[in-house]
Write a protein of this length. Structure first.
Length: 117
């Protein structure tokens, strides 16, 4: 015969699962913001690779469209482009809002790509 210990319940397991679910929920919010940043930075690097075949206006237009399709803030679409001979540098600057328990935090992003074509 199995006896139950007094004071023991499955409430401890429920609390652990609740904490784990909250961590996953807020972790996904933060992860999504950083994932979009890395996607945008990758798009910048791709434009640097093919800069010899595209004009400055084509590059800027593509990056504005990419920022819009990723759902980034408007500031991300403002890209600075500098060419000096065969060297090109792309840079943007924007803030994203991340919801955390009890507060909203602004995270600063500065995607950057440069290279020689």
């Amino acid at each position: 015969m199995v006896r139950r210990r007094p004071g023991r319940s499955s409430l401890g397991c429920l609390v652990t699962l609740l904490i784990l679910a909250a961590a996953v929920y807020f972790g996904v919010n933060i992860g999504e913001v950083y994932f979009r940043f890395y996607q945008f930075q990758d798009a910048m690097r791709q434009e640097v690779r093919f800069a010899a075949h595209n004009t400055d206006n084509q590059i800027l237009r593509r990056l504005r469209l990419e920022a819009d399709s990723l759902g980034l803030p408007e500031g991300a679409g403002v890209v600075t482009l500098q060419r000096d001979g065969r060297h090109i540098e792309l840079e943007s600057d924007y803030y994203e809002h991340v919801e955390l328990p009890g507060m909203v935090k602004e995270v600063h992003f500065n995607p950057h790509a440069e290279g020689i074509f």
